[in-house]
Structure formats: C-alpha cells, structure tokens
Design a protein around this ligand. Structure first.
Ligand SMILES: Cc1cc2nc3c(=O)[nH]c(=O)nc-3n(C[C@H](O)[C@H](O)[C@H](O)COP(=O)(O)OP(=O)(O)OC[C@H]3O[C@@H](n4cnc5c(N)ncnc54)[C@H](O)[C@@H]3O)c2cc1C
Length: 439
C-alpha cells in the first residue's frame, strides 16, 4: 500500500465500535493504512458499550450459524488472535454455555438440523437433565407471550417444555467496551489510527467513487475506501453517501431495554447460571458480575416496538412498564425471583435491518462499503465479520465482481465456507429469519 500523509489514508472507517475496530484490525493486517473516526471520546462507547455480549450459535439460517460458530474460536483464542498487549488487560470469554428451551414449534426446530450441518457441538437435555443441571428453572409453557397487564399472563402454565438444547461452547464476553479497546490496541500495533471526538458530517465523492469524509469542524480527510460501521447511525451515514435509496435492505434504530436483577437468595447465578434463550416467555438471560442476572427481550409482538428517527435523541431511561414485563417474565421461569423496587438496567439502540440479518457488502458507490444492520446480534460475530469485510474489500478493490459472483470466505478457525452473498444489500428479505434478535 501507499505511503500516506496524515490527511490521506487507504481506508477510513466511520465508527470505532466492536465491528469498526475489528474491520480496522483486519484491514491494517493486510497492509492498508486505516483511520477510524468516532464522534464519541473512546472506542466501544456507542451501542457496543451496552451490549450483553452473548456469544451463541442458534441463528435461523445455515449462514448465520456458520458465522457464529466460526466466531466462537476468536473469543476462545482472544489473546492469541489479538497478538497485542492492552494496558487495561484483555476482556475475558466466560464460557458458561447456552440453554435454548425446547417447546412445540420452538426455535430449536430450525436450529437442530443447522447445528448438524455446521457440526456445532451440542447436547439435547430432557426435563430431568434440565432439572439436575439448572434446578432453579420451572418447566411450564405459557402460550403466546403476553404482557403482565393481560390476565392470561397470570394463568397456570398451559404445558411443559420438552427439554433444552445445550451448547457448551457458548457464553459471553466480560466487558464489551474493553474487548473493543483490545481491538483498537491490536489495530494500532499493526499501524491503524483512531481519532475520537471526530464527527463525520459528509461523505465526499469524486470521479464516480468515494473520495473521503468531511468532519463537522470542516476537516477533510481523503481515502479511496470508506466503510460505514456507524451502528444505529448507519442510515444517517448511508444518506450522507447518497446510497440509502439504492439499497434494497434498509436499516433503522430500535430502542431496547436490558434489566439487571440480583440472583434470588440461595442461587449463585453468576457461577452456576448460564445463558438462556426462553422463546416461551420471549426473554434471554445471562449471568452478570456481582451475582446478578441480566434480562433482555426477544421483542414479542405484544410489546410495542419503539423505532427511533434520530439516534442522538431517544428516551434512555428504563421504563416502569418494560421493567415489570421483563422481570416478571423471568419470575415465571424462576419463581423465587423477587421484583426489586429499584429499577436497574440500560437502554440502547439496535441497528435493525429489514430481516434482522446484517449487511456486509459494497454499495453502488465504488469504494463505499457497509458493515451495518447488526440487529442486536452481531457483537459475537465482530471479529469474524471484520475478517470477512477485509477479505471482501480487498477482493473488490482488486477487481472482483462481488455483485455477480459473490465472494466466499473460508473461516480461519473452522474452515467453514461463508458466502458473503448472503449478506448483500440487494437481497430479498430472507423469509427464514426469525425477525428477532435471534437473527
Ligand atoms: C442492548 C443491546 C444488547 C445487545 N446484546 C448482544 C448480545 O448479547 N450478543 C450480540 O452478539 N450482540 C448484541 N448486541 C448487538 C451488538 O452489541 C452490536 O451488533 C454491536 O455492538 C454493533 O457494533 P458496531 O461497531 O457496529 O456499532 P456501535 O458500537 O454502535 O459503533 C458505532 C460507532 O459509530 C459512531 N458514529 C456514529 N455516527 C458517527 C458519525 N457521524 N461520525 C463519527 N462516528 C459516528 C458512534 O459514536 C459509535 O461509537 C446488543 C446490542 C444492544 C444495543
């Protein structure tokens, strides 16, 4: 690559969240001079900082499962993958395992054949095994998810789980912001640069391709490659670049609440609990430090979806109604759980695509790429997505016609083939998606 003066780079990456930092690391390793620009004061301070950082493989499509399974290995080998020190230490991979509850018509029916195809290690537990391994869970099923305001919420269970699908390799990352900082340090160690408090206000073009960006203070920085990794602001950057209308799949920001409750007395959920996907009650939970439990939502139809037009202006206070709904849903599964008076949790934005599957692609503007639409489910895939984006950008910049001949990337750890055409911007909406955080 070229020897670049300070205001010109081979690639500008808009955003320094977990995916933007991963794209930088992988491009820098290939010899590209990279600059990440972020309007916040440090890496991973955007939606990444509030991520639950759960690492699991139960997606609804072959491609979704394959990429997530390849992603496991990056987290298990985090220090080896980074090959760089961080003065703040490395984020830890907490390999607690996942249980996906099985019920008639449940998500496991899609997932099991995909696990077999991809060769994801798993165990099928019956309810006795479930009771032995995680004794704190009730096994009732409750029909279509509803809200606590609905009398049906309080009715006796309608039926029973039919066991659980256990994946021993999954877990969560101890600190998503630190993991991003680790990637920043790794990218810097191979020549990548980061600039903070730097807001991109315009994406410039010249001679039919992208030419660089202009910051809100008027600074112009040039690059023949610009990558939009702006998380919930992805649609704003696409509009700046003039590519928003040309993409078949669009992205929008969705408000999402996650709640933190203490483990019930006598239960050490931090050490004995695991990540749990409960589509019967439309929640997911995982252990959290301080013997807490973190509760997220699978966005059931009965809950209002709050789409946000301006990602810089949304209500970031935990609401009484959603706190009650999510905590009471877990209390149905874990009857000894109390509902604390003090609400604790976070509110942040998902960058949701039309089919809850990300867009990892080029655009109609030559040199302008997108790694967007992470739909509340791509923290885990950030390192592998960074690798795939670097392969894609490098192939296209060297003449590959990805639109007619989609690039297939071979996973470094598993050797699995990942067809990047699956993530293209002009796909039809994928009918196999769960249209939820499960992807
Ligand atoms: C509450 C919550 C829970 C989640 N839980 C999980 C989970 O358990 N597992 C999982 O795999 N995924 C999860 N996700 C999703 C995952 O966290 C995201 O997919 C991932 O963090 C997105 O990373 P990113 O780098 O694309 O975006 P972000 O981290 O949002 O980074 C984008 C960056 O772009 C910057 N930016 C935006 N506009 C501009 C501009 N004009 N100029 C300069 N900079 C700009 C922002 O400041 C921001 O730092 C969750 C997400 C949320 C919100």
């Amino acid at each position: 690559m070229t020897d670049t003066p300070n205001d010109r780079y081979d690639a500008i990456i808009v955003g320094a969240g977990i995916i933007g930092a991963a794209v930088a690391f992988e491009l820098a390793k290939k010899g590209y001079s990279t600059l990440n620009l972020d309007k916040l004061p440090a890496s991973g301070y955007g939606s990444t900082s509030n991520s639950c950082a759960i690492v699991r493989a139960h997606y609804s499509t072959y491609d979704g499962v394959a990429m997530a399974y390849e992603g496991f290995s990056y987290w298990k080998d985090w220090a080896g993958y980074l090959d760089a020190e961080d003065e703040r230490g490395h984020a830890l991979y907490m390999q607690c395992g996942t249980v996906l509850f099985m019920l008639d018509g449940g998500h496991h029916e899609k997932v099991l054949p995909l696990f077999d195809q991809v060769d994801v290690p798993y165990e099928v537990w019956d309810n006795e095994t479930l009771a032995e391994r995680v004794p704190f869970f009730e096994h009732g099923t409750h029909g279509e998810p509803c809200r606590p305001e609905d009398d049906r919420f309080w009715a006796e269970p309608e039926g029973e789980l039919i066991g659980a699908l256990f994946t021993p390799d999954s877990g969560y990352v101890s600190d998503p912001q630190l993991a991003t900082h680790n990637l920043q340090r790794a990218a810097e160690a191979v020549g990548g640069e980061f600039r903070f408090n730097a807001e991109v206000a315009d994406v410039r073009r010249a001679d039919g391709r992208v030419a660089g960006v202009t910051l809100s203070d008027g600074t112009e920085i040039d690059a023949p490659i610009v990558v939009n990794v702006a998380g919930p602001h992805s649609f704003v950057i696409n509009r700046m670049a003039g590519v928003y209308e040309s993409m078949n799949i669009k992205t929008r920001a969705l408000r999402h609440e996650v709640h933190h409750v203490p483990s019930p007395a006598g239960i050490d959920y931090e050490d004995d609990g695991l990540h749990t996907s409960d589509s019967d009650l439309a929640i997911y939970v995982r252990p959290e430090s301080g013997n807490n439990i973190l509760i997220g939502s699978e966005d059931p139809a009965c809950d209002d979806q709050v789409w946000v037009d301006d990602p810089d202006d949304y209500d970031n206070v935990v609401s009484d109604a959603q706190w009650n709904a999510q905590v009471l849903r877990l209390a149905r599964r874990m009857p000894t759980l109390g509902v604390p008076n003090e609400k604790k949790g976070i509110v942040d934005l998902y960058d949701v695509s039309d089919d809850w599957i990300p867009i990892y692609d080029r655009t109609d503007l030559d040199g302008f790429y997108v790694a967007i639409g992470s739909s509340g489910n791509q923290f885990k895939n950030a390192p592998v997505a960074g690798y795939c984006m670097a392969e894609l950008i490098d192939a296209i910049e060297n003449g590959h016609d990805h639109d007619t001949d989609p690039l297939v990337v071979t996973g470094v750890y598993t050797g699995l083939e990942m067809n990047m055409g699956f993530y293209r911007r002009n796909r039809e909406i994928n009918p196999n998606s769960s249209f939820s955080v499960n992807g």
